[in-house]
Design a protein around this ligand. Structure first.
Ligand code: EMZ
Length: 386
């Protein structure tokens, strides 16, 4: 019973110092670890800015492989809010009944296929496929297109050989340029066309702006969703009673999703660039350096969460920050929550137990700190419920 255990790697630094420092391409990062500091810094967008040089708030920095600004992610208020208003409605579509029904259909088919296939490698044969197929709904384009994205693998900017792979990034950029041109020539009811027809401050969005929004849609929800899905399956493999409980008490599935997302925290942290000398948690922080808001650490802060290292499926108070906090909270959160909710319902309905055959952990390194964020691979058998 340890494969789905995700230890809290930040506990010592969080309680002793509240901050942890890491190197990154000559642009070090002070990771902010306590829940209250993370929320305070997230609020203070003037001092801790997102609208810096494109790629700089990501850790590891993507400055060397990207000069296009991701929108609204790398824009601060007030423009941030204006962009956000443009796209918010579109990203709330996952809450609609017809969207939910299509997602249910996709997940049903994938779970059925996995049960029938016997052994399934969850990362590449389940989670990546689910994420890519579901993305066709988010973009509102034909299902077949998911095959192209599946061929790109887990991360759009990272390959096995290179954590910042410019060639790989170029595949995505070229693809998006082509898709934008296609939508210019023959507009439809997909996200590209909708954005091309939208106005920002009285002017049509430029292709560059559209590209910035689409890159975010592809990159932001990829490895995060894949990890969340994979980890959820590993968790239920080791906690069959939890799956039984959710079958009997479907009304707590919403809470369970929040709790699993808190516990896994698929996005460890997100950076900000400091605009003036300041202090965080009594540490001096210099202008034009970087901090990161460590969601994963904040989500295990014992000052906020009782028994933070336990999964309590119906946890009552759960002010987790796994989807970020403040203005920049995750645009794709509705979509991600729907995926997990429907996945859990479907597993509960169709699967009795899940056996893990073997696995390899995905361990991130942030300076001295190592953190398990998911799996490189995990082979399972889904056993059908009769
Ligand atoms: C950026 C980021 C957004 C970044 C919410 O996170 O996700 C990362 O996976 C990407 O590499 O470019 O989109």
């Amino acid at each position: 019973m340890s494969k789905s255990n995700f230890p809290d790697s930040f506990e010592k630094n969080r309680s002793e110092k509240g901050i942890s420092e890491m190197a990154d391409q000559n642009d070090p990062v002070q990771m902010v670890l306590r829940h209250k500091d993370v929320r305070r810094c997230a609020h203070n967008w003037k001092t801790f800015q997102s609208g810096a040089e494109p790629g700089r708030i990501v850790v590891p920095s993507e400055v060397k492989i990207r000069d296009i600004r991701q929108i609204p992610f790398e824009v601060d208020p007030p423009e941030h809010g204006e962009y956000r208003d443009l796209v918010e409605g579109w990203f709330r579509r996952p809450l609609k009944a017809d969207y939910e029904a299509k997602l249910q259909e996709q997940i049903n088919a994938l779970v059925e296929k996995s049960i029938n296939n016997g052994t399934t490698e969850v990362v590449s044969q389940f989670a990546l496929i689910l994420q890519s197929q579901a993305l066709t709904l988010l973009l509102n384009i034909p299902f077949e297109e998911s095959k192209v994205w599946i061929s790109w693998g887990i991360h759009v900017f990272r390959s096995e050989e290179n954590p910042l792979d410019g060639d790989k990034a170029n595949i995505l950029y070229t693809y998006i340029d082509e898709q934008i041109e296609r939508a210019v020539i023959s507009p439809g009811d997909d996200l590209y066309s909708t954005l091309l027809a939208s106005e920002f401050q009285g002017k049509k969005l430029t292709k560059e702006e559209v590209k910035g929004i689409i890159i975010l849609t592809f990159a932001g929800g990829r490895d995060t969703v894949i990890n969340a899905v994979t980890n959820t399956i590993a968790y239920f493999a080791e906690h069959p009673n939890s799956l039984n409980r959710l079958r009997d008490e479907p009304e707590i599935i919403g809470k369970a999703v929040e709790e699993l997302v808190r516990y896994f925290s698929p996005l460890t942290h997100m950076g900000r660039v400091v605009t003036a000398d300041t202090e965080v948690c009594k540490h001096a922080i210099k202008e034009d350096t970087r901090i990161s808001l460590c969601w994963a650490s904040a989500n295990r802060d014992a000052n906020v969460f009782e028994k933070p290292n336990e999964v309590i499926l119906d946890r009552k108070m759960n002010p987790h920050v796994a989807f970020g906090f403040g203005h920049h909270n995750c645009l794709g959160a509705h979509h991600a929550r729907q995926i997990l909710k429907i996945l859990i319902k479907t597993l509960a309905a169709k699967v009795e137990t899940i056996d893990i055959l073997n696995h390899e952990d995905n361990i991130e390194e942030w300076g001295d700190i190592k953190r398990k964020v998911g799996f490189e691979s995990i082979n399972v058998n889904f056993n059908r419920r009769n």
